[in-house]
Write a protein that binds this ligand. Structure first.
Ligand code: BG6
Ligand code: MG
Length: 218
């Protein structure tokens, strides 16, 4: 039985990965090294400070900077990122997402957000997605990042749903693992081979219905 659907935000409902990438690449350029789209794959689903460490390792410069300098760099990256997402509109919601959310609402299925991002509120507001959610859990509400299950367990609690009746939609390996640790089923969204541990995989939401979901996960 499925009573609630819990959604990751970046890469599942909206394509913000491109803005994260632009901002990280700009930081790398200022620090004097190149950061490719391929390098960027390793940052998906990863918290801001952990992402910075991965980026600095890519440039082979992590040891050069103090904790304070790293805080400043993360803030600089976030400033650019916020500039980009401030201009987001509903046109950047990924295809098929709103039809699927509308269907869940009609069927009385609870909808929650489980995102690592501290900018989730701004994105929900600018895209108009906020109104769909019975509960929103973002990076400012949890102490442990995915793959820790905290973000999804809190989403389940806030919607009053037992974890076994929750399904998580994720585009990152850490998120699929977080769902598993939370005792929830998961749907891997997108084509990444790193999602193979998900209970089922979909390329995206176009044409995907609640009936399809219940056929794959009961
Ligand atoms: C995740 C993204 O949703 O949020 C990561 O996939 C990002 O790329 C993380 O680093 C934290 O986001 P923010 O907006 O708090 O820096
Ligand atoms: Mg994601």
């Amino acid at each position: 039985m499925i009573s609630a659907c819990l959604f990751d935000l970046d890469g599942v409902l909206v394509d913000t990965a491109v803005y994260h990438y632009k901002a990280w690449r700009r930081l790398a350029a200022e620090l004097g090294f190149e950061f490719t789209e391929e390098h960027n794959e390793a940052l998906k689903g990863v918290s801001r400070m952990a992402s910075l460490d991965i980026l600095l390792d890519t440039g082979g410069v992590r040891e050069r900077y103090s904790a304070g300098e790293k805080e400043e760099m993360a803030a600089r990256k976030n400033g650019w990122y916020v500039e980009y997402i401030s201009r987001m509109t509903a046109s950047e919601i990924l295809p098929g997402v709103t039809s699927f959310l509308d269907e869940l609402k009609t069927k009385g299925i609870k909808i929650a957000l489980g995102s690592a991002s501290k900018n989730a509120g701004l994105i929900l507001e600018n895209t108009g997605l906020g109104g769909y959610f019975d509960a929103v859990v973002d990076g400012s509400m949890v102490s442990e990042a995915k793959p820790d299950p905290q973000v999804f367990l809190l989403g389940a609690e806030l919607t009053g749903t037992p974890p076994a009746q929750c399904v998580v939609f994720e585009d990152a390996e850490a998120g699929i693992e977080a769902a598993r640790r939370a005792g929830m089923r998961s749907v891997g969204v997108g084509g990444s081979p790193t999602l193979r541990k998900a209970d089922t995989l979909i390329p995206g939401f176009v044409g995907f219905t609640f009936e399809d979901l219940t056929k794959r996960i009961d």
